[in-house]
Ligand binder design. Sequence first.
Ligand code: BJW
Ligand code: ZN
Length: 246
Amino acid sequence: MTQPPRNRETIEHIQPLVAFTGAGISAESGVPTFRGEGGLWEQRRAQDLATPSAFARDPQLVWRFYRWRRNVIGGCLPNAAHRLLAEMEQRLEDFTLITQNVDGLHESAGSQNILHLHGSLWRLRCTRCAARWEGRDSLREDTLPRCPECSSLARPDVVWFGEPLELQLLADAQRAAARCRTMLVIGTSALVQPAAQLPMLAKSNSAQVIELNVDRTPLTAHADYSIQGPATITLKKWWDALQNQA
Ligand code: BJW
Ligand code: ZN
């Protein structure tokens, strides 16, 4: 179905609520998405930049890509959709934010409890020991970042293709998806596993799944409602309609 929900629901009826976000929520902040027109993988091959073997082969190339992303995203601000999700966290008793995004804009908007399935662009980790650290400052272009504990090569603390998601994090996300009454799926192509299973998990446990996206995705046919349009507009419309029912 591609029309907005009638919103017979009130704030109580939609909880537990899970918001599950992807790159599309940050598109209106100027953050490039991955797929589709102008997406990162349109001009580049993911297997050359976002896999462990790419990093082993050419860490300079991979770090150049991540330094560039950090520079672009460092200049982006959260948008109205990020801010509204942060407000929902304050207003609702049972709200969970699950994101695939590594850009940090949910935190900048004020969201506090976030399950970051694919890590963070603003954290680094050691390729040898267990060290992990925040690294927001710009990274020198002439040298590769090193671990402060053991001086081994550092890598972005993100999840690349072929790498497992952090077990506890995935379990927490699956638990939230399985117990929610409503899941908002915002700005994701719903292609990348295992994250893409979360809406289906919610659905198979009788949640209402509402997709907010500018385009159709493989999830569209399974969603209870699919609201087409930019997230800043559709999320506000959905939330405002809910307030008017209260
Ligand atoms: C808007 C909008 C607006 C725009 N408003 N909407 C074959 C079949 C099935 C699975 C596999 C397979 N081959 C390989 C796999 C597994 C693989 C996978 O899923 N591949 C598929 C692509 C085929 N998955 C993995 O490898 C994962 N790990 C794994 O499976 O481990 C198994 C394992 C177990 C035990 C031991 C070892 C391994 C890991 C996946 C990691 C993904 N990493 C990335 C990079 C993160 C770091 C970085 O940023 O560099 O995560 S890839 C990239 O895709 C990033 C994203 O989080 C993720 C999802 O993308 P997202 O968010 O959906 O963005 P887009 O660009 O795709 O979509 C944007 C959407 O927004 C679009 O729909 C637009 O229409 C919409 N939009 N503007 C609303 N204003
Ligand atoms: Zn180390």
